[in-house]
Design a protein around this ligand. Structure first.
Ligand code: E4P
Length: 221
């Protein structure tokens, strides 16, 4: 499963990129708002830092033609290449915009997905990735993991080329379970990424090893 960072925070990204095999970054308007800076300040920093990793940038327009123009504007303004994905919500206008954006040579990530059918429609509309919102589903007494599993199965069943990019996580267990469902990717906050890679027993074991090694490891390096 591909890990992506669901953050636009430069310090968090620098830290993650130093040790975690992160293959991309996703943003949405809420994530941008958390930085308390405008897109014109955040985007150049993000583009610079993300490098060749995937960069998924959500449009805020709500009419198809504007979504297309906005997706193109990010590409042109920041010289984005093949690693750029325009995140398009699965509204009626969003579905209309998807094939048009693809025609412009821009990859599409269909976002704000809450049902299996929304994902299937987006895949048929040409989306490269579909992003179901796991925790938001769990919080409305639905089953995020099950929805992700069904989307993975359906896409495979119908031979579609779209990948599943599971999103919206509040626990490590949700991430673990979407990986067991075969989700090709997951976008995860800094906090959950930190939690999922660490365990107190690992730290304790390393401490014990260091104690046992004292005075015995005399080979220079
Ligand atoms: C990512 O692309 C989604 O927009 C994001 O994961 C939503 O997460 P949230 O439900 O924690 O806001």
């Amino acid at each position: 499963m591909i890990y992506l960072a669901d953050t636009a925070n430069i310090d968090e990204l620098k830290e993650l990129f130093s040790y975690f095999p992160i293959e991309g970054v996703t943003t949405n308007p809420t994530i941008i708002a958390m930085e308390k800076k405008p897109m014109s300040v955040i985007m150049p920093q993000l583009v610079d830092l993300v490098g060749e990793r995937m960069l998924h940038v959500q449009v805020i327009s709500n009419q198809a033609e504007d979504m297309v123009r906005e997706a193109i504007a990010y590409k042109d303004k920041y010289h984005l290449g093949d690693n750029y994905f325009a995140k398009i919500p699965v509204t009626k206008e969003g579905y209309k915009a998807m094939p048009l954006i693809k025609k412009e040579g821009i990859h599409v990530t269909a976002t704000a997905i809450f049902t299996q059918q929304q994902a299937l429609v987006a895949a048929k509309a040409g989306a490269d990735w579909v992003a179901p919102y796991v925790n938001r589903l769990d919080n409305i007494s639905s089953h995020g993991i099950e929805v992700v599993g069904n989307i993975v199965d359906n896409i495979e069943r119908y031979g579609l080329k779209t990948g599943v990019l599971a999103a919206s996580f509040k626990t490590v267990d949700q991430v673990h379970r979407v990986s067991m469902m075969g989700s090709q990717a997951a976008t995860i906050s800094f906090e959950i990424l930190e939690r999922l890679r660490s365990h107190p027993m690992t730290d304790m074991s390393v401490e014990w090893f260091e104690k046992d090694a004292k005075g015995l490891y005399d080979i220079e390096f």
